[in-house]
Design a protein around this ligand. Structure first.
Ligand code: FAD
Ligand code: NDP
Length: 459
């Protein structure tokens, strides 16, 4: 019986970080991964997605080039070439992650693992049982496609998308969250005809309403056909094509139907009940601030838990877990602000409270918003506009939220996240000298509130 200080189940963002940090602090660590080291982010998420988003923007740059005096003859895009190059990069990253684990002396088992209770874990590939003083569950999440939709086996998820050998000419996407919009956008920018069906009035439920409406307009202008207030009721094969029926009885013919309706934590068949680990109504493992589950000695980090499903959060959780467990750190709070971006084209970036949340929580808030054409559009001739908005609490000028749609939104929101995490006030941005000519300078030149919301002092 092999015995470890820590057994990590899952070699994705959270599990790899936790295993490496724990081993660096002297722990004897084993990590079991049933698929490829790197997990969702590296193999079938953030990394291949962003590379494909970048590919989709090259075509736009070529078109924009005309206004800047360039002539590009006979430009053609090859999906198989892009896929081959992306796959090569993913293999490189996978090897780099494995090498980092090796360097830290983490013992890696390529196997599914399941909990047996009492600190025991079964490695399903061999049937071997190992024992850990502590066990960390970092098994991530999986696209949901197991409901009662007629013809769901004909539909693809994001996992399938990254394995498509050829680009489908016509795609129907279901959902209007991060994945639906990112994949819809990159497919459309690469030339597919894309329909997006979603049940709400606007895309990206939970985001700032003005941003949602603005992005919706930009996506429509990009040639994506948005079908709000509807849902998919069935899919059937018709020769080479698929025919999808919607709740309004309309029928859409497509070469692929891509479902992106959320991701379920990977807790099925893990032996959680046997080990006494509690899950919530979403099948997520319930943890406390120290990542402790309901079972002593068993912890969970990342998408399998009941927090946000983002790579930086999984990494931070894995890191904090290992420091608390093996470096004697006392509890260290997770960041409450979550800067995040949706990699549509144009991008969307957001941090802090939406206008709606800010008004509900603080009453009196000032909103500074601006729309403008990016400088590049002067010569490229594109018609899209950037939207930038800041929300400040009137009582003390504290910035509560920053939101934008436009080029480089993700890069900008990362840096605004620093300022807002440090407690920036609107006056701090006013005091900052602009960098000219940039889009980002608008953040420090927004002088007059566009809207003063909430009751006035006199009321
Ligand atoms: P994962 O990375 O999913 O790792 C879990 C690992 O556990 C997997 O490798 C799995 O094979 C393994 N496993 C599961 N069960 C077992 C078992 N029983 N035994 C052994 N191994 C097991 N986030 C961002 O911040 N930015 C983005 O741009 C972004 N883009 C995304 C795009 C897509 C298409 C998707 C799907 C996700 C994206 N995400 C993004 C989310 C991000 O990928 C996840 O939040 C992150 O990967 C979670 O890390 P994790 O360690 O919790 O889980
Ligand atoms: P999201 O939660 O972002 O979006 C799910 C979408 O599916 C919503 O539009 C939702 O609609 C819809 N939906 C949910 N259930 C149903 C249903 N039964 N029928 C019809 N529509 C339904 O999930 P994703 O799958 O897009 O992504 C999962 C997570 O991965 C994200 O939340 C994010 O944390 C992470 N991610 C992050 C990225 C990034 O950082 N750039 C990129 C990709 C993923 P409604 O609004 O009506 O509920």
């Amino acid at each position: 019986m092999k015995r470890y200080d820590l057994i990590v189940i899952g070699g994705g963002s959270g599990g790899v970080r936790a295993a490496r940090v724990a081993a660096t602090h002297g722990a004897k660590v084993a990590l079991a991964e049933e698929s490829r080291i790197g997990g969702t982010c590296v193999i079938r998420g953030c990394v291949p997605k962003k590379l494909m988003v970048l590919a989709s923007r090259v075509g736009m740059d070529l078109e924009d080039g005309r206004g800047f005096g360039w002539t590009v003859d006979a430009a053609r895009f090859s999906w198989p070439d892009l896929k081959a190059n992306v796959d090569t990069e993913l293999h490189r990253l996978e090897r780099a992650y494995a090498a980092a684990l090796d360097l830290a002396a983490v013992h890696v088992e390529t196997s599914r693992a399941e909990l047996l209770g009492g600190g025991y874990v079964k490695l399903c590939s061999t049937g071997e049982e190992i024992w850990g003083e502590r066990i960390l569950i970092a098994t991530g999440a999986t696209p949901i496609n197991d409901d009662d939709l007629i013809g769901r086996s004909l539909c693809a998820t994001s996992d399938d998308f990254f394995n498509w050998p050829l680009q489908p000419r016509r795609v129907l996407v279901q959902g209007a969250g991060y994945i639906a919009l990112e994949l819809a956008c990159l497919l459309a920018r690469l030339g597919s005809e894309v329909n997006v069906v979603f049940r709400a009035d606007h895309v990206l439920r939970g985001f700032d309403q003005e941003l949602r409406e603005h992005l919706q307009g930009e996506l429509t202008a990009a040639g994506i056909r948005l079908l709000p207030r509807a849902t998919l009721t069935g899919v059937r094969r018709d020769g080479q094509a698929l025919r999808a029926t919607l709740s309004d009885a309309s029928v859409i013919t497509a070469d692929a139907v891509l479902r992106a309706i959320g991701r379920r934590p990977n807790t099925r068949g893990l032996g959680l009940a046997r080990a006494g680990v509690t899950t919530d109504h979403r099948h997520a493992i319930v943890v406390d601030e120290d990542f402790q589950t309901s079972a002593r000695g068993i912890y969970a980090v990342g998408d399998v838990g009941n927090r946000v499903q983002l790579t930086p959060m999984a990494i931070r959780e894995g890191h904090l877990f290992a420091e608390i467990a093996f470096a004697g750190h006392t509890r260290s709070a997770l960041p409450s602000l979550v800067p995040t971006a949706v990699f549509t084209t144009p991008e969307l970036g957001t941090v802090g409270e939406t206008e709606e949340e800010a008004v509900a929580r603080h009453g009196q808030v000032d909103v500074y918003a601006i729309q403008f054409r990016p400088m590049k559009a002067a010569l490229s001739g594109r018609t899209g506009k950037c939207l930038m908005k800041l929300i400040a609490r009137r009582a003390d000028d504290r910035i509560l939220g920053a939101h934008l749609v436009g080029p480089d939104a993700a890069e900008m929101i990362q840096l605004l996240g620093v300022a807002i995490t440090m407690g920036a006030r609107k006056a701090d941005l006013d005091a900052t000298l602009a960098v000219h000519p940039t889009g980002a300078e608008e953040w420090v030149t927004l002088r007059t509130p566009t809207r003063r919301l909430g009751q006035s002092e006199a009321a």
